[in-house]
Design a binder for this molecule. Sequence first.
Ligand code: SF4
Ligand code: SF4
Length: 103
Amino acid sequence: MTTVIPSLQLPTEPEITCSTCAACCCQLEVMLITDTGVPERFIDTDDWGGEVMLRLDDGWCAALDRDTMMCTIYDRRPLICREFEMGAPECIAEREGIATAYL
Ligand code: SF4
Ligand code: SF4
């Protein structure tokens, strides 16, 4: 005999949202491919002369508020940040790569 477990009793996957995330994607290298008005003090130059978001010694983007883990230049954030999709495979991979942030 087969026992059917009602779907409502099955464990659900934890919801993936930026509000429960340690801004994992803000440790990635972010190239500036369009001008969105990022302040100069947050801009660095990579080994090939391209403009990237400056990252500090802790690995996170210089524009990230370390207390709130929110972007301080949200309205002027780079195009790549705008296109990074919450819940997409890249997002999930970044969250898994920094799992210790949730311990
Ligand atoms: S997009 Fe994904 S990795 Fe980036 S802050 Fe949101 S949940 Fe975290
Ligand atoms: S500009 Fe903002 S959204 Fe983009 S990596 Fe830096 S802190 Fe994150």
